[in-house]
Design a protein around this ligand. Structure first.
Ligand code: ATP
Length: 600
């Protein structure tokens, strides 16, 4: 079903309070285009006024042309009426263009503003919000706003103007007939609306029934469904269920169809009663009381009356459109008003010459207040050294890493980079000093080259090849027909997990950060892929400042220090030698997991 002029209960519950502040904010988006808006309004006024003229000219055609049998006047007014209609149409086109132009430009601004705003939102926002919902606000909500600006605003304006012009013209001719017109129009507009409402609710009910029937069909006629029915001997039960729903459906369909008939009877009767009443009262006035009223005047009244029908009808619907629009705007504003959790600090400290000294000082952290994740974590990563973080799944290893580039901020304690709290550092500088290869490698849809250039947009081919060599992926790339220009597919789906990881390692090598962070993938890779990755990572661990979440013994062995995390605390720390026979968590992990991974 398309957009109806009636609201569902759900929509009604979401109608926002239309405050002055909300309206002010909505109109602030139109402000930069006020000149165009003014022109648009002017054009709407002219075109709606012009389009009412032909109805008024009918009077002249009848009185001065037909009744007086004046051919010249007749042709003149016919041509004038024709010209005015054409003029109104042409101006309508221009007005439409301006409308669309304004709508496109305002939503362009709004989209960009929203995109920039979403970019500042923290990791928490993206992990705790439904991705579909985020995209919906960016796309269909803003599309809705576009519709509002193109249709709702202009239809309110043009319909009101048409009504006003029609009313003025009617009152100029005869106030009695005009008043009858005003009384009659709602009389035939309101029943139409009621009938429509009734029909709409029946349609909705029929739709629900239809869904129910489809559900029954799906359940009982699908391969596994019918098997279940057979094995439980439920044929009779299912048949009765289906028959029952089906019967309700036909009742609804009949009612819905009949509601449609009533609808037409009502429309045609009332639209007929209106003009007849005007003819009657007009005739009465003309013949008995007011001789100045002409046949032409009465025809004009009748013509204007039917011109008023559409605007009145749509103005009656406008409230729903208006409420919907406000709901759309407030949904968008709700997002725009969310404060970014992680922000660039005021008086941010620039990092001129990063060394890569990272200190966790009594760090406490939770995602949700009722569930502590990190409890009193302290350690230091010295420049040039490497730390391997190990521990059972869910113990908080990735969380530790998330705190370094400020994907989240600590709750208590501090994380410092080269002696300054990360919360005081320039966010860009901080993130530029750190390179993370995450478990889930994300490659953009594009070529390998595009993905590499993302890290360093002025990298030369030589630099890229060098990085790929170090990441152990160059042989693969050289073996491809198109080399660096090989397309990786959506999210890198055309590559294997191992290839993707090595490309992301190459990407980080190109970025050449001060601190390397690896979240080693737990996903099973074949041993060749694994050893290739290992060969790429090992030299980095040995020569660069790095932190790794390690799952493989060889990675752990390459690190200078091992932190064993359990339930969000550092349970043990030391070297492999010290920990392997200490009888603690590490020994247990070693015996159950790592030992199998020892390269022979
Ligand atoms: P793995 O080795 O399986 O990756 P991990 O040690 O890295 O595990 P973390 O990812 O740090 O563990 O998660 C620690 C705990 O925090 C887990 O219990 C997890 O359920 C919870 N957690 C992680 N991310 C979030 C989040 N965004 N919101 C709420 N809880 C989270």
């Amino acid at each position: 079903m398309g957009r109806s002029s009636f609201m569902t209960a759900e929509e009604k519950s979401k109608v926002p309070k239309v405050t002055k502040a909300l309206l002010k904010r909505v109109f602030s988006y139109l402000k930069p285009y006020r000149f165009q808006l003014g022109l648009g309004v002017l054009l709407i006024i002219i075109s709606s006024a012009l389009s009412t003229m032909p109805s008024i000219l009918t009077g002249k055609i009848i009185d001065d042309g037909l009744i007086k049998q004046n051919m010249k006047a007749l042709v003149f007014y016919i041509l004038l009426s024709f010209g005015l209609t054409l003029g109104a149409g042409l101006i309508g086109v221009a007005q439409n263009f301006i409308n669309t132009w304004i709508a496109q430009h305002t939503t362009y601004d709004m989209r960009n503003q929203m995109f920039r705003h979403l970019q500042t939102m923290s990791q928490r926002f993206f992990t705790s919000n439904n991705q579909g919902d985020i995209i919906t606000r960016m796309t269909s909500d803003i599309d809705g706003v576009e519709r509002v600006i193109t249709n709702t605003f202009s239809s309110i304006l043009s319909n009101s103007i048409t009504l006003v012009v029609a009313l003025i013209a009617m009152y100029q001719r005869n106030w009695i007939l005009a008043t009858i017109g005003i009384v009659i129009v709602p009389l035939f507009a309101i029943p139409t609306r009621k009938a429509g409402e009734n029909r709409w609710s029946l349609t909705q009910k029929a739709q629900e029934k239809n869904d129910e029937i489809n559900g029954i069909l799906n359940e009982s006629l699908s391969v596994s469904g019918q098997l279940l029915v057979k094995l439980f001997g439920k044929e009779r039960y299912e048949y009765n269920r289906y028959r029952h729903a089906n019967r309700k459906m036909i009742r609804l369909n009949i009612r819905q169809n009949m509601a449609g008939r009533w609808f037409f009877v009502i429309i045609s009767t009332f639209t007929n009663i209106g003009p007849m009443l005007l003819y009657f009262v007009g005739g009465l006035l003309m013949m008995r009381y007011d001789s100045s009223l002409t046949v032409g005047d009465i025809s004009v009244m009748v013509a204007l009356l039917s011109r008023m029908y559409m605007p009145v009808n749509s103005l009656l619907n406008v409230q729903v459109d208006w409420m919907r629009s406000m709901a759309l705007f407030s949904r968008i504003f709700e997002y725009l008003d969310m404060k970014p959790e992680i922000e660039q600090p005021k008086d941010a400290v620039k990092i001129a010459d990063p060394k890569g000294n990272i200190v966790f000082d009594h760090v406490f952290f939770h995602y949700d207040a009722d569930r502590p994740i990190l409890k009193d974590v302290s350690f230091e990563l010295k420049p040039g050294k490497s730390i391997a973080i190990v521990g059972p799944s869910g113990s908080g290893k990735s969380t530790i890493i998330n705190l370094i580039p400020r994907l989240y901020d600590v709750i208590e304690g501090s994380v410092t980079f080269d002696g300054t709290d990360v919360r005081r550092l320039d966010l860009n500088d901080l993130r530029n000093s750190i390179g993370i290869v995450s478990q889930e490698t994300y490659l953009f849809n594009g070529t390998i080259r595009d993905n590499l250039l993302y890290a360093k947009d002025d990298a030369t081919d030589e630099e890229m090849i060098e990085a790929c060599r170090k990441a152990n992926i160059y042989d693969f790339i050289a073996g491809q027909e198109t080399g660096l220009d090989t397309v990786v597919g959506n999210r890198g789906l055309k590559l294997s997990g191992g290839e993707k990881q090595r490309i992301s390692i190459a990407r980080i090598l190109l970025k050449d950060p001060t601190v390397f962070i690896f979240d080693e993938a737990t996903s099973a890779l074949d041993s060749i892929s694994e050893s290739k990755i290992q060969e790429a990572i090992d030299p980095i661990i040995k020569s660069r400042t790095s932190i790794l979440i390690a799952h493989r013994l060889s990675t752990i062995l390459a690190a200078d220090e091992i932190l064993v995390i359990k339930d969000g605390t550092i349970a043990e720390r030391g070297t492999h030698k010290e920990l392997v026979s200490a009888g603690g968590v590490y020994q247990e992990l070693y015996e159950t997991q790592f030992e199998k991974g020892v390269p022979q």
